[in-house]
Unconditional design. Structure first.
Length: 146
């Protein structure tokens, strides 16, 4: 008897994610919960105002732009945490195939943190934000796209 393949579907954006097991046209939550990243305002992440300085040749003042985009950094950390969860599940042999549906930037962040072993199990990547879809809408979307 052939063992059925464990197909997982990751649906994510920069702050929310759901991981499903796909079986016979249905989706079930693989880990029993959704993932919600920190959604902190920009002003709470860094200083509230950028520093200011005088122009050397005139009395004109200007502000400095921060070197770090804190919101983007927060999204990268969220993608890294998701990849750690997927890696742990992969090491426990809980999945055989992975479909990743994420906003384009999040998809890039996820790719950067996935191991070669897990990247080899990715059967499809769809650069679209569908995190607000219901499970029924996701099933219909997957049937159209894959």
């Amino acid at each position: 008897m052939i063992k059925p393949r464990k197909r997982w579907v990751l649906v994510a954006d920069g702050a929310r994610a759901r991981i499903f097991v796909r079986t016979h046209g249905t989706l079930e939550n693989a880990l029993g919960h959704d993932f919600i990243g920190d959604n902190v305002k920009q002003s709470a992440l860094g200083s509230s105002k950028p520093g200011r300085d005088f122009e050397s040749a005139s009395p004109t003042r200007h502000s400095y732009e921060p070197r770090t985009d804190w919101r983007q950094h927060q999204k990268e950390l969220f993608a890294q945490e998701l990849c750690e969860v997927l890696e742990k599940s992969n090491n426990n042999k809980e999945l055989d195939e992975l479909v990743v549906i994420a906003s384009p930037k999040t998809l890039g962040n996820l790719r950067a943190h996935l191991s070669k072993q897990l990247l080899a199990k990715v059967t499809a990547e769809i650069p679209k934000d569908v995190t607000k879809f219901t499970e029924r809408e996701l099933v219909e979307f997957l049937e159209r796209e894959i």
